[in-house]
Design a protein around this ligand. Structure first.
Ligand code: M6R
Length: 589
């Protein structure tokens, strides 16, 4: 999964591509590269590592047409050779997606004499373009995509043509209209400040982008007109505002995220209510942190509305042949709204007759566009790869959605309760002191996050966050399950973080604390309960949270575990905002 950008016009292509790639780097940072048309020749520059490495090399480029790429490696290790663009003859191409039948295509091309240099799936596209080229790059692209299986957003240039040919299938691609030329890119942020209007291409579209014109064709190669929409991406670069990392800044924005999400919900409440009238079954889906929010949403829907609900990671959901009919509502939860597994799960649900509710922070994403109705998460741009404020926003959105399904009076009560949360989050953020626990976790051989019910869902999130940014191994576990296996892993080198915010389950989770202590493991407890504080005070590290409604407590304990992960990663001097091997949005399956 990668970020791509192209430009053709009267401006300095190298500068434009470099700026766009910097804004796209959240989509992958294993390597970066660009190809330019210069004096009828392709000039290629690519490097393993961050976009910044291209900057000095691009100073030498004088060109008005170029394409660029920032890579999250899927096929072939991160290296200069595997970096995009890939070239064949006088053609260069960048690709976001996965060509699933690349091995067969490659074998066929090699038998025809093609010479491959990289281990990527994408290089086959360059060779196919060359093979299909008869003096018209758009035609060559059209013939090429007929042979591809998988997902792609493609941009190609050719040394004998002053234009860019693009195509998309299941990977995002937009066109931007500028005053001094035209653009194409994976998403709006890449074009922030460059153009005021954009067109979001549809699956199967192919387009020809020149300095003065843009022509779009549908999957049957009929000319089509697609809507032009305002480019909403902000041009100012989103600064750190004095914070050392985006993650810390974004954690401190969780109160705003909840407040703005609750406000935004008012705007869609009626539509949501109408669309979901008569729903008898709910399925929630998402990936990673969004899946953890979905787990909490499932509990809300069952507890508040008494509608049977299930939760499944999006990648699994798709291949389970799910039982779905028109009385089923599928909540697809995704910060980016473009995670391939989640978008495809939503498509599948729609095709089976379900209503799909997009719960997303990205209001013009593919997920929003295909959903029956969107419930906005108003977290604002989230730059750090690790999700924080989008998670709290998702929980808030799901809480209010479930409350609507439970009836007017119940909703009014919940809307009142959630109004208190931004202040409680601010209090939590001000009072959290995770320094010594972070040191303990950073030096542990494994960290186990334990909890029951909603606390268990937050335990999963704590564990994921710690692994993701500190690279410390561990697991999220239901505390009742500890004694059924995981207890064997507990020794003096491990730490268990037990979350206890539910009065009714406090005794049970307290048992898990004792079980770990009696095996010599280190334990810390995160709690908002007086009884738990009294029981463990002076005996083990306690993280005390403000008192809060049981169903909303995940919002506070989530911030606690995310902050713990942040501090542990800081102790280990990790690159917190861009953890190794990862990317912010994952548009491949
Ligand atoms: O954009 P999405 O919410 O669909 O992304 C889903 C996951 O890739 C994401 O939550 C991931 O797990 C985070 N990096 C975790 O911090």
């Amino acid at each position: 999964m990668c970020g791509i950008i192209g430009y053709v016009g009267g401006g300095n292509a190298a500068e434009i591509i470099l700026g766009g790639l910097k804004r796209l780097e959240y989509r992958g940072y294993d390597s970066a590269g660009a190809a330019f048309l210069s004096d009828g020749k392709i000039q290629l520059i690519k490097k393993q590592g961050r976009v910044e490495k291209l900057a000095p090399l691009l100073k030498e480029i004088h060109s008005r047409t170029g394409i660029g790429h920032t890579r999250w490696a899927t096929h072939g290790v991160p290296s200069d050779i595997n970096a995009h663009p890939h070239c064949a003859g006088g053609i260069a191409v960048v690709h976001n997606g996965i060509i699933e039948n690349y091995a067969e295509l490659k074998a066929e091309l090699i038998s025809g004499g093609a010479k491959f240099v990289s281990d990527t799936d994408s290089e086959v596209v360059a060779h196919l373009l060359l093979k299909n080229y008869r003096g018209d790059l758009v035609f060559a692209l059209r013939e090429t995509v007929k042979l591809l299986k998988g997902s792609y957003a493609l941009m190609a240039i050719c040394e004998s043509e002053q234009r860019i040919a693009v195509a998309r299938h299941k990977s995002p691609l937009i066109i931007g209209y500028g005053a001094d030329g035209n653009f194409c890119a994976s998403d709006e942020p890449a074009l922030a400040g460059l153009c005021n209007t954009i067109t979001i291409l549809e699956d199967g579209d192919i387009a020809e982008i020149s300095e003065k014109s843009v022509k779009i064709f549908d999957r049957f190669f009929n000319p089509v007109t697609r809507n032009e929409e305002p480019n909403l991406a902000v041009s100012a670069s989103l600064g750190l505002d004095g914070y050392p990392h985006y993650m810390l800044k974004e954690l401190n924005e969780t109160p705003l995220s909840v407040e703005a999400t609750a406000r935004a919900f008012e705007g869609v409440k009626e539509r949501f209510r109408e669309e979901l009238a008569g729903v008898r079954r709910v399925i929630l889906t998402g990936c990673g942190t969004a899946y953890h929010a979905a787990l909490i949403g499932k509990r809300y829907i069952e507890c508040f509305a008494r509608i049977p609900a299930e939760c499944e990671t999006a990648g699994e959901f798709r291949y389970k042949n799910p039982v779905i009919d028109e009385h089923t509502a599928v909540f697809a939860v995704s910060q980016s709204g473009e995670t391939a597994d989640t978008v495809e799960a939503a498509r599948l649900a729609l095709s089976l007759g379900a209503k799909v509710i997009a719960v997303t922070n990205s209001h013009r994403s593919e997920l929003t566009r295909i959903a029956t109705v969107s419930v906005p998460v108003a977290a604002g741009p989230e730059i750090c790869v690790a999700a924080t404020k989008s998670y709290t926003g998702q929980i808030a959105a799901l809480y209010l959605s479930a409350a609507v399904l439970a009836g007017e009076k119940f909703y009014a009560d919940c809307a009142e309760k959630i109004r208190l949360i931004p202040n409680l989050l601010t209090l939590t953020l001000e009072s959290l002191d995770m320094r010594s626990l972070a040191h303990v976790c950073a030096s542990s051989s494994g960290v186990y996050f334990l909890g029951r019910d909603l606390d268990y869902a937050v335990a999963l999130e704590g564990s994921l966050k710690l692994k993701e940014i500190s690279y410390v191994a561990g697991e999220g576990y239901p505390s009742g399950e500890l004694k059924h296996g995981t207890l064997a892993l507990i020794d003096v080198n491990t730490t268990s973080v037990v979350i206890i915010t539910d009065e009714e389950l406090a005794g049970k989770s307290g048992n898990a604390v004792e079980q770990v202590l009696s095996r010599g493991g280190k334990v810390a407890v995160i709690t908002s309960l007086e009884g738990v504080k009294e029981k463990f005070s002076g005996k083990l590290p306690l993280v005390v949270l403000p008192k809060c409604d049981k169903y909303l407590s995940p919002l506070l304990s989530a911030v606690a575990v995310q902050m713990l992960a942040y501090k542990a990663a800081a102790v280990l001097s990790r690159e917190i905002d861009k953890p190794r091997n990862l990317a912010k949005s994952v548009t491949v399956e």
